[in-house]
Design a protein around this ligand. Structure first.
Ligand code: PLP
Length: 462
C-alpha cells in the first residue's frame, strides 16, 4: 500500500492509541496536542523503511533518532541477544566482576577510537554518558590536586541529553527554561553556525576563528585555572546539523591545549560511521581527551552508551583516584554489550562505514546540494557523510529567515510524514540522518520525496 492510501485501523491499533492517550507521557511532546489526534503506531521495520499500523511505508530518513545505523531487521543482532540472554541475561560490573561481552566491547572501543582512548566506562544512554563525563572530568582535576577546576564549557544550541547533567551542559534555551535550576559550573559560548549567524560578507574561515575565540574569551573571563573541560559535538546534531566551518576545531583544540583544558567530543550522533569514518573526531580533525558515544554503538537495538577515556585521565584515576563513586546498574549490560559487538562486527565486515565515506555519503551530499539546494525554500545545505541539515528560508536572496510565528519546519515535517518520509525539523532547519546501509537508489527515492514535500510546504506557507 502506498503512503497516501489510508487503511482502516485494526482494533488492536485503536486500543493501543487509547491506552497511549490515557497513560503514556511521551518525551519532548505536548501530550494534550498529541491526544487530540492520536499517536501514529509504528509496527514494523526493515532496512531503511518503517511501516505504521495503517500500512503506510515510510523511509526513515532519521534512522530512528540518529541511531539505527545498520538499518532495521538484522537477525544477527536478535540472535546474539537471545544467545546472551540464555547464557547470562544480566550481571553487574560493580563487584570486581566482569562479563565476556563487556570486556570484549571495552577492548574493541579502545581499538576503534583514535589516539590513546584506551579505557571505557559503560552507561545506558547518551545522557548518562554525558553525566559520566561531567563527574569524571571534575574527579580527574580533584585527583591531580586542582579541585577548583570545576567549570565545563559548552555551546548554545548544543544537545547533550535530558538528565540534569545533560540538559545543563546542553545549550537548548527551551530546555533550560523548564525544571530549573540547572547545574552550576557550566558556561555556554556561541555556536559556529556560519549560515545563520555570520556577519554579512564574513568568510567561513573568519567566522570559525571568531567563534573559537569566544572560547578563549570565556576561559579568560572565568579564569583558566577554574576550567575543567570543553565539551562539543563534532557536528551539532539536534541543534539542526551545524557543521563547524573549516579551522574551527583546530583552533578550539589549540586553545584547550594552551590553557590545559580537557577536550571532550560528544560522539553520540557522529560516532559509528555517521560522517563516513568511525568517529566524527576523525572527520573533523579533533583529538579528544574523552569521547561519549551511544546510539550507533548498538544501532539502537539495545540501550547502551560509553565514555572512552584517554590515558591522561584514565591513568590518573586508576593510579591515584581510588574508588570512583559512580556507575549504573546496567553499566556494561551483557546483552547490550553482545549486541553492540555484533553491530560493530557487521559494520566492519560489510565495509558499511567505508562505503558511506567513499560512495553513498558523497553521493547523498552532492544530490542534496544539486537537486534540493535549488528549491526556493532551501537557503543552505550542510553536512557530511550521511548527516545533513538544510535551512528553510523565506527568501534566499536577499537572505530572510522565517519569523518565530512561522513554523515552516513543522509544516514540512508533517508533509513528510504524510508522504512517506521521516525528516525531522529542528526549528526551521530540516535534518536527515538515514541508516548507513541506504543505497544510491534509495537516496534518489528519498530526494524525490523531499522535493515533493518541499513543494507542498511552500504551497502551505503561501
Ligand atoms: N549527546 C548527543 C550529541 C545527542 O545527540 C544525544 C541525543 O540525541 C545525547 C547526548 C543524549 O542521548 P540519550 O537520548 O541517549 O540520553
Amino acid at each position: 500500500m502506498n503512503s497516501t492510501t489510508r487503511a482502516p485501523l485494526s482494533p488492536e491499533c485503536t486500543e493501543t492509541q487509547a491506552r497511549d492517550a490515557q497513560h503514556h507521557l511521551h518525551p519532548f511532546t505536548d501530550t494534550k496536542a498529541l491526544n487530540a489526534k492520536n499517536a501514529r503506531v509504528i509496527e514494523r521495520a526493515k532496512g531503511i523503511y518503517i511501516w505504521d499500523s495503517e500500512g503506510n511505508r515510510m523511509i526513515d530518513g532519521m534512522a530512528g533518532l540518529w541511531c539505527v545505523n545498520l538499518g532495521y531487521g538484522r537477525p544477527e543482532l536478535a540472535e546474539v541477544a537471545a544467545e546472551q540472554m540464555n547464557q547470562l541475561p544480566y550481571y553487574n560490573t560493580f563487584f570486581q566482576t566482569t562479563t565476556h561481552p563487556a570486556a570484549k566491547l571495552a577492548e574493541q572501543i579502545a581499538a576503534l577510537t583514535p589516539g590513546d582512548l584506551n579505557h571505557v566506562f559503560f552507561a545506558n544512554s547518551g545522557s548518562e554518558a554525558i553525566d559520566t563525563v561531567i563527574r569524571m572530568v571534575r574527579r580527574y582535576w580533584e585527583v591531580v590536586g586542582k579541585p577548583w577546576r570545576k567549570i565545563l564549557i559548552s555551546r548554545e544550541n548544543a544537545y547533550h541529553g535530558s538528565t540534569l547533567g545533560g540538559v545543563s551542559l546542553g545549550g537548548m534555551g527551551g530546555m533550560h527554561a523548564q525544571g530549573t535550576p540547572m547545574l552550576p559550573g557550566i558556561e555556554h559560548i556561541r555556536q559556529p553556525y556560519w549560515y545563520g549567524e555570520a556577519a554579512e560578507g564574513q568568510s567561513e574561515e573568519e567566522f570559525a576563528l571568531e567563534c573559537a575565540k569566544a572560547l578563549e574569551d570565556r576561559i579568560l573571563e572565568v579564569g583558566p585555572d577554574n576550567v575543567a573541560a570543553f565539551v562539543g559535538e563534532p557536528i551539532q546534531g539536534a541543534g539542526g546539523v551545524i557543521v563547524p566551518p573549516p579551522g574551527y576545531w583546530k583552533e578550539i583544540q589549540r586553545i584547550c591545549k594552551k590553557y590545559d583544558i580537557l577536550l571532550v567530543a560528544d560522539e553520540v550522533i557522529c560516532g559509528f560511521g555517521r560522517t563516513g569514518q568511525w568517529f566524527g573526531s576523525q572527520t573533523l580533525g579533533i583529538e579528544p581527551d574523552l569521547m561519549s558515544m551511544a546510539k550507533g554503538l548498538s544501532s539502537g537495538y539495545q540501550p547502551i552508551s560509553a565514555v572512552a577515556v584517554g590515558d591522561r585521565v584514565a591513568n590518573a584515576l586508576i593510579e591515584d583516584g581510588g574508588e570512583f563513586n559512580h556507575g549504573f546498574t546496567y553499566s556494561g549490560h551483557p546483552v547490550a554489550a553482545a549486541v553492540a559487538l555484533e553491530n560493530i562486527r557487521i559494520l566492519r565486515d560489510e565495509g558499511i562505514i567505508e562505503k558511506v565515506g567513499a560512495d553513498t555519503g558523497p553521493y547523498f551530499q552532492q544530490q542534496l546540494r544539486e537537486r534540493v539546494g535549488q528549491h526556493p525554500l532551501v537557503g543552505h545545505i550542510e553536512g557530511t557523510g550521511l548527516v545533513a541539515g538544510m535551512a528553510l528560508v523565506k527568501s534566499k536572496e536577499p537572505k530572510a529567515f522565517f519569523g518565530k510565528d512561522q513554523d515552516a519546519g513543522t509544516v514540512c515535517r508533517d508533509h513528510c510524514f504524510s508522504n512517506g518520509l521521516v525528516m525531522r525539523a529542528c526549528g526551521n532547519r530540516m535534518v536527515l540522518s538515514p541508516p548507513l546501509i541506504i543505497s544510491r537508489e534509495q537516496i534518489d527515492e528519498m530526494i524525490d520525496l523531499i522535493l515533493v514535500c518541499l513543494d507542498k510546504t511552500e504551497a502551505s506557507l503561501k
